[in-house]
Design a protein. Structure first.
Length: 355
């Protein structure tokens, strides 16, 4: 991971060092050395070089591709990061960063190959930054994705003390002609995969609801063990490996990662013109965390469904004759699977039942 910390000069007279201006190059170098073992754990076929160069190399032939199409995705963690900083629970946001990118890649039918991160702060705290990057490495390893580079920017005056921001960049590949969605048709079955909580979207509303409740992040959680902040910081679930296995087994025609916009906005993104979806809200039980947020915020069902994943983090559109077998395989891989609806003529999402 290259470490290039940037700031503007002050124009002051007399000798002044970069460190006196607020940028500690030695701290950046120390971070690189600390995270090298974590990055090495993400090694996979195709990754060609370690951290520290001006660029990172990846060999698509060594990764097993003959006629590859590359797919790229970038994302952040949103205001969930504010909770992580305020509580000091930093490891999970690294996993979130990876998940938000690689879960999107797999929806295109692509296998994530490599990942780069961007960590920006006013003053680099090596221990805190290392915890974040080690979480990134954990997410990469769980997704079969190599952490091959990134950037740490130390920018005095740009961030309040203790604050930082994150961005992630993932590149994947698929063989030509294997892109998704493909062949979505009337009558196709919607398989919903259970989420691990709020994931990484809707946290501005989460923070507003918690403020209304009068609770602090360190208070006991009303709906789970541990603190409220700890429960709401549970990392985004990584769907890559079971989703890729399902795609390779046949019958998957499309996937939708349920992020900002919820089921209402994300599912139509993979449906062709003239087709919509009907979702049975009685097909699964709203998880307790979402039920608590709904109650505390007096949130309408429509608001919940267009803001949060509501317990469904990924939807697979599958051929009807493959639905049962795919559901069985996904459950064997550790996923919670609900048959939540079907594709029908129309547009958008129509709901039946009660949330």
């Amino acid at each position: 991971m290259s470490q290039r910390s940037d700031s503007e000069g002050t124009g002051a007279t007399g000798a002044i060092s970069y460190a006196q201006a607020g940028v500690d190059i030695d701290a950046g170098n120390a971070l690189v050395e600390r995270i090298k073992p974590a990055a090495r754990r993400t090694a996979r076929p195709g990754a060609m070089a370690g951290l520290g160069g001006f660029g990172a190399l990846f060999d698509l032939k060594a990764a097993g591709y003959s006629d590859p199409i590359l797919v790229a995705a970038t994302d952040g963690v949103g205001t969930k990061l504010r909770i992580a900083i305020d509580t000091g629970h930093l490891e999970g946001v690294g996993i979130d960063l990876v998940a938000m990118c690689v879960n999107d890649l797999v929806c295109q039918g692509a296998e994530p190959l490599f990942f780069l991160d961007y960590f920006a702060t006013g003053k680099l705290e090596v221990a805190d930054a290392a915890r974040v990057v080690e979480g990134i490495a954990e997410g990469c390893a769980a997704s079969g994705c190599a952490l091959i580079g990134g950037e740490t920017a130390e920018m005095p005056g740009m961030y309040a003390p203790g604050d930082f921001d994150l961005a992630g960049f993932a590149v994947g590949a698929m063989e030509r002609g294997a892109d998704l969605p493909q062949g979505v048709a009337e009558g196709d079955v919607l398989l919903g995969l259970g989420s691990d909580g709020v994931h990484s979207n809707g946290y501005s509303l989460v923070r507003a609801v918690v403020a209304r409740s009068g609770l602090s992040w360190d208070d006991p959680c009303p709906f789970a063990k541990g603190s409220l902040g700890g429960a709401l910081l549970r990392p985004t679930r990584l769907y890559v490996k079971p989703a890729l296995a399902a795609i390779r087994s046949g019958g998957v025609r499309g996937l939708a990662h349920i992020t900002g916009g919820g089921l209402t906005e994300n599912l139509p993104r993979i449906l062709p013109q003239g087709l919509g979806a009907v979702i049975d809200l009685d097909a699964w039980t709203l998880p307790t965390g979402f039920a608590w947020l709904r109650l505390q915020g007096s949130l309408e069902a429509a608001e919940m469904l267009k803001t949060f994943n509501c317990g469904i983090g990924m939807v697979l559109v599958v051929a009807p004759d493959r639905a049962e077998a795919l559901a069985t395989d996904l459950r064997a891989a550790g996923e919670t699977v609900h048959t939540i609806g079907r594709v029908e003529p129309g547009a958008g999402v129509r709901y039946t039942g009660d949330l």
